[in-house]
Design a protein around this ligand. Structure first.
Ligand code: ADP
Length: 465
């Protein structure tokens, strides 16, 4: 029948197999002595008979321990790549399912596939997700996990010492693993992979630079020195971001500067991820909320789609997405009033900072939007939109530059006061949006407008200039 055919076919298509693994030890940099230990694992595959004849026990499982991003997965793949064996992988969090029995049956299926396609490496990522000491987790989730763990122990024992299927698992927490997992014959080999040191970082950068058009005089030492504490994944990212930098400038070589800039972005992202204090989260939330709360007062700018304070690549703070804002703005389609509104929105973070933290504790969190406001104000005056300056001619008159600046300043002040007034009137809305952002890190369009409805005091004002 059709079902049987399908089943037979499914059996031939292993779902945990990763095809085309082409990783070699030379792709993993900064290993030092660890490399020898891994080369030995490769030998268990290639010279298994020799080990067995001499009575050397081949371990069933190897535990790679170390923080995320140091290359544990890459190493496991390199072992399979060097040995020329199949690579089966699963993340242990995939084992931990709500439905009873699913985790255990996945473990069985994984090992069955690995055996049918031996020799093979089975890689289990985040072993601690399932291998945590039994009995520590209460409730039915705990029981399910125990069943999965028991099944894993059975499978490990099935291959002990045979050398045809070797399990490599990664964990950042070897200390919390169930003692049964690390008993002899199971994960009895632990290899610690630390964060790379200075030389390691240089080597890792170079490995990732191999396939990129690097300038011949790139100073890897400079980049390695400024990336203390970073792991391979972050260093790989730096090279990628540097390449994007180069492309954006339509250059053909990646320079030291590209790498340094990328490293700064990565570093900032790291700080954002790890070291934002509750006070910082709040400050960023106030910054973002202020723009949205002011913008919602203006017909051309109120199309707010999304607010977030979650840090993202290349951005220090969060951001507010307003639908038409820059499209129209870039195309010069904003009306005179909309341009003023735009300036007001860009000044809102600065105004909020003053209102919430006081004039003497101002931060620089609003520097970027204040810059936007400044240049928009100049555009406004230079474009002849201000009453005091009709026509472009003024732009070309050198001795008018001071006039233009002072007129731009007047407009900035006016817009700033307007932003402050709107924020002042909408303190309740601000508080509500800030609270939500701090708690959830983002706010949808619907969520935001719900709060506007509940707490907002919208009064379109259009003062004359
Ligand atoms: P882990 O499994 O330890 O969390 P990964 O192996 O998934 O880390 O690393 C992610 C990526 O980071 C790799 O695919 C590789 O591009 C890069 N990387 C990490 N460590 C190294 C290293 N030692 N040498 C070269 N690249 C590395």
């Amino acid at each position: 029948s059709g079902a049987r055919v399908r089943r037979a076919r499914n059996k031939k298509l292993p779902q945990y197999l990763e095809r085309g693994i082409d990783v070699k030890f030379s792709d993993v940099a900064g290993l030092g002595k660890i490399r020898e230990e891994l080369e030995e694992i490769v030998k268990f595959f290639t010279h298994g008979e020799m080990y067995r004849r001499r009575g050397v026990k081949i371990p069933g499982g190897i535990l790679l321990c170390g923080p995320p991003g140091v290359g544990k997965t890459l190493l496991a793949k390199a072992v399979a790549g060097e040995a020329g064996v199949n690579f089966f992988s699963i993340s242990a969090s995939q084992f931990v399912e709500i439905y009873v029995g699913v985790g255990a049956s996945r473990v069985r299926a994984l090992y069955q596939e690995a055996r049918e396609n031996a020799p093979s490496v089975v890689f289990i990522d985040e072993l601690d997700a399932v291998g945590r000491e039994r009995g520590l987790i209460k409730g039915s989730g705990g029981q399910e996990r125990d069943a999965t763990l028991n099944q894993l122990l059975v499978c490990l024992d099935g291959f002990e010492g045979k050398g045809e299927v070797i399990t490599i698992a990664s964990t950042n927490r070897p200390d919390i693993l169930d003692p049964a997992l690390v008993r002899p014959g199971r994960f009895d080999r632990k290899i610690y992979i630390p964060k790379p040191g200075l030389i390691g970082r240089i080597e890792i950068l170079k490995v990732h630079a191999r396939k990129k058009p690097m300038a011949p005089d790139v100073d890897y030492m400079a980049v390695a020195s400024m990336t203390d504490g970073m792991v391979g994944a972050e260093l790989a990212n730096i090279v990628e971001v540097a390449a994007i930098n180069m492309m954006r400038d339509t250059r053909i070589e990646i320079t030291t500067d590209d790498l340094i800039q990328a490293a700064q972005i990565e570093e900032r992202g790291m700080l954002d991820r790890k070291e934002r204090s509750p006070e910082m989260w709040k400050q960023v939330a106030i910054n973002e909320a202020a723009m949205a709360v002011v913008a919602v007062n203006f017909p051309d700018l109120r199309n707010i789609e999304f607010l977030t304070i979650a840090p993202r690549a290349g951005r220090e703070l969060g951001y507010v997405r307003m639908k038409m804002d820059h499209v129209k703005f870039k195309e010069g389609m904003l009306s005179r009033q909309s341009l003023l509104d735009h300036i007001t929105v860009q000044l809102a973070p600065r105004a909020a900072d003053e209102l919430w933290y006081g004039e003497y504790q101002l931060s620089t969190i609003w520097a970027e939007t204040a810059d936007n406001a400044r240049s928009a104000a100049r555009t406004f005056v230079l474009g002849g939109l201000s009453d005091k300056h009709h026509g472009l001619s003024d732009f070309w008159v050198a001795d008018r530059i001071n006039d233009i600046d002072s007129e731009a300043l007047r407009i900035l002040h006016m817009c700033y006061d307007r932003a402050k007034e709107i924020l002042h009137q909408n303190r309740n809305l601000m508080d509500a949006v800030v609270d939500r952002l701090v708690a959830k890190k983002s706010l949808t369009k619907e969520g935001f407008f719900k709060l506007v409805e509940l707490h907002g005091s919208i009064q379109p004002m259009a003062p004359s200039v």
